[in-house]
Design a protein around this ligand. Structure first.
Ligand SMILES: [Zn+2]
Length: 114
C-alpha cells in the first residue's frame, strides 16, 4: 500500500463511515433532498464507483479501471471490507466479485456468497 490517505478513505468508504463520505463530498448536503445526510450507495461496488468518479470523472468504472485507480490505497483489510458490503442486486455482486478477483485473488472467496 503506497497511498495512506487513499487507504483511509477506502476503509471509511467501505465501512460506511459517514464522516469519511462527507469528506469525499459524496453525501447530499441539501436538507430538502430525500437522501440528505445518507450514504447514497447499496453496496461496495456502487460505493467504489462513486469514489472513483469523484477522483476521476472520466473513469469508465469498469472493474479494471476502478482497481487501477484504487490499487495504491489497498491493504489486506480491503478484501474483508469488500466482503462485508454486498448487494441485493446480483449484478452488483458480480462487479464486487470481479473487483475481488483483481485485488485479492489469493484470499478465500466470499463467505456465504457463492
Ligand atoms: Zn449494489
Amino acid at each position: 500500500m503506497k497511498n495512506k490517505k487513499m487507504n483511509l478513505e477506502l476503509s471509511g468508504l467501505l465501512k460506511q463511515d459517514l464522516d469519511v463520505w462527507k469528506s469525499l463530498n459524496l453525501i447530499e448536503t441539501d436538507e430538502d433532498m430525500y437522501d440528505f445526510n445518507e450514504i447514497p450507495s447499496c453496496c461496495a461496488s456502487h460505493a467504489l464507483e462513486l469514489y472513483v468518479l469523484e477522483k476521476d470523472p472520466s473513469n469508465d468504472c469498469s472493474s479494471k479501471s476502478i482497481v487501477e485507480l484504487i490499487r495504491p490505497g489497498l491493504d489486506d483489510n480491503f478484501s474483508k471490507d469488500l466482503n462485508n458490503w454486498k448487494c441485493d442486486d446480483g449484478e452488483h455482486n458480480d462487479d464486487i466479485r470481479a473487483i475481488w478477483n483483481l485485488t485479492c485473488p489469493t484470499h478465500p472467496m466470499f463467505v456465504g456468497f457463492m
